[in-house]
Design a binder for this molecule. Structure first.
Ligand code: OVM
Length: 403
C-alpha cells in the first residue's frame, strides 16, 4: 500500500441520502456532486462508499474478485442480516456458484434462442399499437404501451398460467425497493411481501409452467444435469423478478425520450434500423436501473482511497452513464452516438443476461410505432414512480399523431 493512500478519516464524507424522495425523483444534481467530489466518496448516512464516475464504476463491475455480490447487491449485508427472500442464484452469487445458473440462462436468452420469438413479438407489437391508435389520440404511454406490450409477450414466453399476472409488476417493484434502505417505500409495501412472494414462488414450480417456455427450458436444463432440481425454481424466479419492471421502465424511458426529442423520432422513422441503438441510448440516458451495491472482499484501493474489507460500495450506474469524462454532451439523447460501454445493463460477469430479450421487445414496439406514428407529443406532465433502485414512471401522457 502506498503512503499516499487516503484513510477513511481523511476522505471527505457526504451526508446526502441517495434514496430520499427528491433525489430519486431527480438524481442528476447529486450525480454531479458525486462525480466532482472525486473517484470515490464516503456516504456517511449509510456508512458506505459511493462511485459516481464511469471509470471507477466500470472497474468495480468488472473486478468481481474484489467486489463481490454474494453479500447482496443492496444495502443489506447478507453476511449479517437475513435476506428478505432466498438470495438469487445469479444476482446475489459469485463464482463458482454463479456459473451454472448463468450459463443456463445465457444460452436460453441468447439471440439465436430468441429468433423463434421475433416474428411473434413483431405481430404482437403491431396489435398493441393498432389498439392504442383505434382509441383516443391522448393516452398514457406507460400504461398502454410500456406496460401493455411486455405484459402481453413476456409472461407467455416464460410460460406462466393466465391467473395472477397482475402480481408481476408489484413483485418487481418490491424486489427493486428491497435493494435500498428500509425507508417509506419499503414499509409502505410490507403488507404485500408475503402474498406476492407466495404467488411468485408458486409460479416457479414445473407444474405451473407451460411446456414450451423459458420456464420449461430451465427445468429441462435441470433434467440434463446443468442445474440441480433445487436450483431450477430460483432461476425461474430470476426471470420473473428481473424481467418485467426493467423492460417496462426501459421502454418508458425510450418513449419519454422520443416525446421530448421530436427530431430523434423523425430520425428513427427515417431509419427504423436504429431502433435497437435508440433503446440502448435511452437506457444510457435514463438508466432504468440506477444503482447496485458490491461488497469489498479485501482491503481495496480506489483512486487512492483504501476501502476496508467487508464495506458496501454503491455504484451509481445513472451517474456513470452521464459522466462527461466518458461521454460527449452526456445529457443529450442522441441516436447518432455510440452508446456502447454504458453501464445501464451493468458490465462484466453479472451484466444483464436478459438484455437481448429487452432489446427484442424494444425493437418490436418501437418499429411498430415508428411505422404508424408521426409524432409523440407530450400531453401533460409526466409523473415519476419512486423506487429505491428503478428510475420508473407512473404515467406519461402523450398525444399520438398518426402518419
Ligand atoms: C434476480 C434478479 C436479477 C437482476 C435484477 C433483479 C430485482 C433480480 O436474479 O432475482 O432485480
Amino acid at each position: 500500500m502506498s503512503t499516499a493512500t487516503n484513510t477513511a478519516a481523511k476522505l471527505p464524507g457526504l451526508d446526502v441520502d441517495p434514496f430520499a424522495p427528491d433525489v430519486l425523483a431527480h438524481p442528476e444534481p447529486l450525480h454531479q456532486v458525486l462525480r466532482e467530489a472525486g473517484p470515490v466518496v464516503r456516504l456517511t448516512r449509510y456508512d458506505v462508499y459511493g462511485l459516481g464516475r464511469h471509470a471507477e464504476v466500470q472497474a468495480a463491475l468488472t473486478d468481481w474478485q474484489h467486489f463481490e455480490s454474494g453479500a447482496g447487491v443492496g444495502l443489506a449485508d447478507f453476511r449479517r442480516e437475513k435476506p428478505w427472500r432466498r438470495p438469487s442464484l445469479l444476482l446475489e452469487a459469485d463464482p463458482p456458484h454463479h456459473d451454472a445458473p448463468r450459463r443456463v440462462l445465457r444460452e436460453l436468452l441468447a439471440p439465436p434462442a430468441l429468433r423463434r420469438l421475433r416474428e411473434q413479438w413483431a405481430t404482437a407489437a403491431e396489435s398493441v399499437v393498432d389498439e392504442v391508435l383505434s382509441g383516443a389520440a391522448e393516452c398514457d404511454a406507460v400504461r398502454v404501451l410500456a406496460q401493455a406490450f411486455p405484459l402481453k409477450v413476456f409472461p407467455d414466453a416464460v410460460g406462466l398460467g393466465p391467473d395472477g399476472r397482475e402480481n408481476l409488476l408489484p413483485y418487481g417493484n418490491l424486489a427493486f425497493n428491497a435493494f435500498g434502505p428500509v425507508n417509506e417505500l419499503v414499509t409502505a409495501d410490507a403488507h404485500r411481501v408475503a402474498g406476492l412472494t407466495e404467488w411468485v414462488d408458486a409460479q416457479c414450480a414445473r407444474e405451473a409452467l407451460t411446456d414450451d417456455g423459458f420456464g420449461a427450458r430451465i427445468w429441462a436444463a435441470a433434467d440434463r444435469g446443468d442445474l440441480t432440481h433445487d436450483q431450477a425454481p430460483l432461476v425461474v424466479r430470476s426471470l420473473l423478478t428481473a424481467g418485467v419492471d426493467t423492460t417496462v421502465h426501459g421502454l418508458a424511458a425510450a418513449l419519454y425520450a422520443f416525446s421530448t426529442h421530436p427530431d430523434q423520432w423523425r430520425l428513427l422513422r427515417a431509419r427504423p434500423q436504429l431502433a435497437r441503438v435508440a433503446f440502448d441510448e435511452a437506457v444510457r440516458w435514463q438508466s432504468p436501473v440506477q444503482t447496485f451495491f458490491r461488497t469489498a472482499t479485501a482491503d481495496v484501493e480506489i483512486g487512492g482511497t483504501l476501502i476496508p474489507k467487508g464495506t458496501k460500495i454503491l455504484m451509481f450506474l445513472g451517474s456513470a452513464n452521464r459522466d462527461p469524462a466518458r461521454w460527449n454532451d452526456p445529457d443529450r439523447f442522441d441516436l447518432t452516438r455510440d452508446p456502447s460501454g454504458h453501464v445501464g445493463f451493468g458490465m462484466g460477469i453479472h451484466q444483464c443476461v436478459g438484455q437481448h430479450v429487452a432489446r427484442l421487445e424494444a425493437e418490436a414496439l418501437l418499429t411498430a410505432l415508428a411505422r404508424r406514428v408521426e409524432r409523440i407529443e407530450p400531453a401533460g406532465a409526466p409523473r415519476r414512480h419512486l423506487n429505491n433502485t428503478l428510475r420508473a414512471w407512473h404515467s406519461l401522457p402523450v398525444r399520438l399523431h398518426t402518419a
